[in-house]
Design a protein around this ligand. Structure first.
Ligand SMILES: Nc1ncnc2c1ncn2[C@@H]1O[C@H](COP(=O)(O)OP(=O)(O)OP(=O)(O)O)[C@@H](O)[C@H]1O
Ligand SMILES: [Mg+2]
Length: 375
């Protein structure tokens, strides 16, 4: 018998919103099974000994979906999350979750002696239930250690996890410093979650962008309307607003974001006329795989700080293979011809041009493919 997840997937196919894909269908069946298992399970409330506090049914195993970019992992997780009739449930973008963890640990340090991580893990794990994590990746040792201990608490407490990632668990934090300390965490994941690869036939995101113009000149009302159309196609028509992301302890304002879809929109001034650095830009690339920028101006020599930031921004987006959709007052070669760093800008212009090409889009790597990058 088909369940709610299968039905929702099939309905989207029927309505022409998505194309059927065999690999996705197989993941949908796994998610469907999990949704049914959750419906038959009632976790025990920690600390309660009464009849109502008893566990009913068997705690289902969670799921770990991994695969290349744009294969529909996030879409399937959202489909599952909406369809599943089980409480408590929580869905977190991994980056936001880690930012919250760091914040709570900093606060706990001022209040308790000793190691604050187990306490914070317990707070954040919440009651036994369902926790969905989108885009799990591990880039530094601090995150690796927090995560390892967090998952230990979470599994002991009886939380069921569904996670998506670009990497197989055994590839997480590959080449990372002191990786041996992280290995028990990988075992924990494999013990508690079924690991499934989604080998969808194509990168559906690329499909949505390929063959469409991504760079619009001049930056007039028609260009804004084109960016609006891209936004709608990629982020959907839901209500989206501003958000903040945490970068190295600082908060970075994002004027328009669909973090669950990995998309953000900025004006040029938001990104290059404020005192932002490469660290901030790198922070953006960890949350957003597609960035829209409105109104790149011609850069005058007197605005060398702005030009320098713009060069850093494009370098960072390029290195992370972020998709860029932009409106600008001129073609890349004509944006910055005179002034300090104009010689460097030749490379930026060339990158901007390449970022409009299908070659660039299709080369987007999963983080695990990126050399030297640990995830
Ligand atoms: N079967 C499909 N038919 C049409 N569009 C699809 C299909 N599956 C996914 N998409 C669309 O493709 C885009 C990318 O999907 P999604 O964001 O879920 O990929 P992902 O696997 O999470 O990628 P990443 O690894 O970069 O996070 C989304 O706009 C999504 O709606
Ligand atoms: Mg995703």
């Amino acid at each position: 018998m088909t369940g709610a997840v299968v039905e929702r997937y099939e309905e989207r196919v029927r309505l022409g919103r998505i194309e059927p894909d065999a690999a996705q269908q197989s993941a949908v069946l796994d998610l469907d099974r999990l949704a049914k298992a959750l419906a038959g399970w009632r976790p025990a409330k920690p600390g309660l000994l009464s009849f109502f506090g008893r566990e009913r049914g068997v705690r289902p195993r969670g799921l770990y979906l991994h695969g290349g970019v744009g294969r529909g992992k996030t879409m399937l997780m959202d489909l599952f999350y909406d369809a599943v009739d089980f409480k408590p449930k929580r869905r977190s973008h991994f980056h936001g979750f880690m930012a919250e963890a760091h914040e709570r640990i900093a606060v706990a340090r001022t209040k308790v002696d000793g190691d604050p991580i187990p306490l914070v893990a317990l707070e954040m794990a919440g009651d036994p239930g369902l926790l969905c994590f989108d885009e799990l990746h591990v880039t530094d040792i601090a995150d690796a250690m927090i995560l390892g201990r967090f998952f230990k608490v979470v599994f002991e407490r009886g939380v069921v996890i569904v996670a998506t990632s670009n990497a197989h668990p055994s590839e997480l934090y590959r080449n990372g410093l002191n990786r041996q300390l992280f290995l028990p965490f990988i075992d924990l994941i494999e013990d508690n979650l079924d690991v499934r690869e989604i080998k969808a036939k194509k990168d559906f995101r690329l499909d949505k962008l390929a063959g469409r113009p991504l760079y619009f000149t001049p930056a007039d009302a028609a260009a804004t309307a084109e960016l609006d159309r891209h936004w709608l196609r990629l982020a959907g028509s839901g209500a989206h607003g501003s958000t903040e992301i945490e970068v190295k302890g600082r908060r970075l304002h994002v004027p328009l974001a669909a973090p669950e879809m990995g998309i953000a929109r900025f004006s040029f001034a938001d990104l290059c006329e404020k005192p932002l650095s490469s660290v901030d830009y790198l922070g953006l690339t960890q949350v957003f795989h597609t960035i829209l920028i409105d109104g790149i101006p011609r850069l005058e020599p007197a605005r060398r700080d702005t030009a320098r930031r713009f060069i850093n921004l494009i370098d960072t987006l390029y290195d992370s293979r972020v998709c860029l959709i932009a409106s600008a007052d001129a073609e890349p070669d004509d944006l910055y011809q005179r002034g300090e760093g104009a010689d460097l800008f030749v490379r930026t212009a060339s990158r901007l041009t390449e970022m409009r090409s299908e070659g660039y889009l299709s080369e987007r790597r999963t983080a695990s493919d990126a050399e030297g990058l640990t995830i």
